[in-house]
Design a protein around this ligand. Structure first.
Ligand code: ATP
Length: 233
């Protein structure tokens, strides 16, 4: 579904992503794990059209999407849930969700809302509440629901566990697995390697801009180097 080949991304003189290649197949959960500053968000933002690679290619659903704008990519089925959620704090839950559907024909908004509310009953309860007053976990659900409103083929999540209490992290990862079982293909960027690798079919380890290891999620969980560097032992 997604094929990233040899991308190199710079911030001025800083070479943040160095020759990164990876694949996501339809129906998979794939995770990119790595420490602070490893280049995970930069990689995701390059796929979603917010940053440009100097080299290589990015293919989504068989088409080269290098240089295609983020807005166009959303209409083509690529949705991103950004790091830090970035919900519209002054708007209500429902208005946030409607914003997520803006690339879709207006007739699909009501059924889209129904689907999201079925997935996230908490959002339905709070649909008239302004997003700024939601808890961190609820804001993460809202950011995910907003992305789902564009009816994506591929959902990309940037550190959904960030800043959440362990119980909420578990809940968010349960939802990620449920979405996947319902047919969603997911690319997940995480610092929480334990959780990410335990739900992912396959994972890639990013270190200072390069992929140093890859394999099935369960296999990486057992890898001695991964355990030492990312799993506290
Ligand atoms: P984190 O988990 O902390 O978000 P990350 O793996 O997502 O880390 P990136 O945010 O992709 O890492 O950052 C990769 C490198 O690029 C880091 O060295 C970072 O300092 C640098 N970088 C990121 N954004 C910018 C920017 N806007 N300007 C300059 N350098 C940047």
């Amino acid at each position: 579904m997604l094929s990233v080949q040899d991308i190199n991304v710079y911030y001025g003189a800083i070479h943040a992503v160095k020759g990164v290649s990876f694949e996501v197949e339809e129906g998979e959960i794939v995770t990119l794990i790595g420490a602070n500053g490893a280049g995970k968000s930069t990689t995701l933002q390059t796929v979603s059209g917010l940053l440009r690679s100097k080299t290589g290619s990015i293919t989504f659903l068989g088409e080269n999407i290098s240089g295609v704008s983020a807005a166009k990519l959303v209409s083509r089925g690529l949705a991103q849930v950004p790091e830090g959620r970035r919900v519209f704090l002054q708007m209500t839950v429902e208005e946030n969700l409607e914003m997520g559907g803006f690339t879709q024909p207006s007739s699909t908004i009501a059924p889209g809302l129904e689907r999201v509310y079925e997935q996230f009953p908490r959002l339905k309860e709070r649909r008239r509440q302004v997003a700024g007053t939601l808890s961190g976990g609820e804001q993460q659900m809202l950011a995910m629901g907003r992305a789902l409103m564009s009816n994506p083929r591929l959902l990309m999540l940037d550190e959904p566990s960030m800043g959440l209490a362990p119980i909420l992290v578990e809940q968010i990862f349960d939802i990620i697995q449920e979405l996947n079982k319902g047919g969603a293909t997911i690319l997940l960027v995480e610092q929480n390697a334990q959780m990410a690798l335990s739900v992912a079919h396959r994972g890639y380890v990013l270190e200072t801009g390069r992929i140093t290891l890859s394999g099935p999620g369960k296999q990486l969980l057992e890898d001695e180097a991964v355990k030492k560097a990312y799993l506290g032992g």
